[in-house]
Design a protein around this ligand. Structure first.
Ligand SMILES: [Zn+2]
Length: 319
């Protein structure tokens, strides 16, 4: 896509001016380099913290740059190819959050979603008689969600007096800078018996370059997600994989201490995933490269395209 091409060139040129060192949430900057570019070839150095096992972008493009990006249509150019079709798909299929949470929440609950998009996750809650609030950066999506009946909520939740029975944070946490500050603020607007639902991609379920994108700051395993949520004094009510490659966690308020896990094992685990991913990547690459050029040499261009499906079959079957 042309717009993406121009954006990428501009972004890569501006990266050094608009990026800064991003220490790990544990405070360490002892990093192990995993990737240099993201899936769309933007500069996006991605590292593993050797101290706590959290994967993150470092250095990282600054938040002002990213807010402009989220408010613009550029973000949607990367995440959707046909906006109208994708949005109507979301409205048709985004029911899993409701299915997970409907058994726990009381009738006529007050619900807030941070980064609600067009409101697709919230419509089933609205139809069940709950009062729904949402925050959203994109002007276009804000209009759609208001039209659907979502009450616009001030992004500055720190100054909020209202308290909610349920707060939904779906595919937002990985975009943030200061996760614990964010969670601490949410805690202030969550009722004492309220639920906080967080959904993020899982790098354990799918470890590949596809996960890496410059608008993500953090990449979670089950352990690192739980660790950094519990740092803000929550307790885990439920955790599970969802929709194949994602994971969710439902948190409740708690005054106890956080979770302990073996940090050295966590670091080793990611390095092992990384090593396996690269072995697979290079085997596929070499197979494609040598086999295709051999076929081309032997049978010419016409047959090369003819045997593409055989190649695809072999590759997916044996590699
Ligand atoms: Zn760390």
């Amino acid at each position: 896509m042309n717009e993406n091409y121009y954006f990428r060139n501009k972004y890569n040129k501006e990266f050094s001016n608009f990026s800064k060192i991003n220490p790990c949430l544990c405070g360490s900057i002892r990093d192990y380099q995993l990737f240099k570019y993201d899936r769309h070839e933007h500069l996006c150095p991605t590292v593993l913290c050797e101290k706590c096992g959290l994967v993150r972008s470092n250095p990282r493009i600054n938040s002002d740059y990213m807010i402009d990006f989220y408010e613009s249509d550029n973000y949607r150019n990367f995440t959707t190819s046909n906006k109208t079709k994708v949005y109507s798909n979301y409205f048709r299929t985004s029911k899993h959050i409701y299915k997970i949470l409907s058994r726990y929440i009381k009738p006529k609950s007050e619900i807030l979603e941070i980064g609600c998009g067009g409101g697709w996750n919230l419509i089933p809650f609205l139809r069940s008689g709950h009062t729904i609030y949402g925050t959203e950066y994109s002007k276009e999506l804000k209009k759609i969600s208001e039209y659907k009946g979502i009450i616009k909520y001030d992004k500055n939740i720190k100054s909020s007096k209202k308290k909610f029975d349920l707060i939904i944070v779906s595919h937002v946490l990985e975009h943030l800078y200061d996760i614990n500050n964010f969670l601490n603020n949410l805690k202030k607007i969550l009722k004492d018996d309220g639920y906080l639902y967080i959904e993020v991609p899982s790098i354990e379920k799918k470890y590949s370059l596809d996960q890496i994108q410059f608008f993500h700051n953090y990449y979670f395993t089950k352990n690192t997600l739980i660790k950094y949520c519990l740092k803000s004094r929550f307790k885990v009510f439920k955790w599970s994989y969802v929709l194949g490659i994602h994971q969710f966690i439902i948190l409740k308020k708690y005054v106890g201490y956080g979770v302990h896990y073996n940090k050295i094992n966590e670091v080793t685990k990611i390095k092992e995933l990384h090593r396996k991913y690269f072995l697979l990547f290079y085997r596929r690459y070499l197979f494609n490269f040598y086999f295709r050029s051999l076929v081309k040499k032997l049978f010419g261009e016409f047959l090369t395209t003819k045997v593409k499906f055989i190649l695809k079959f072999l590759r997916t079957s044996f590699l």
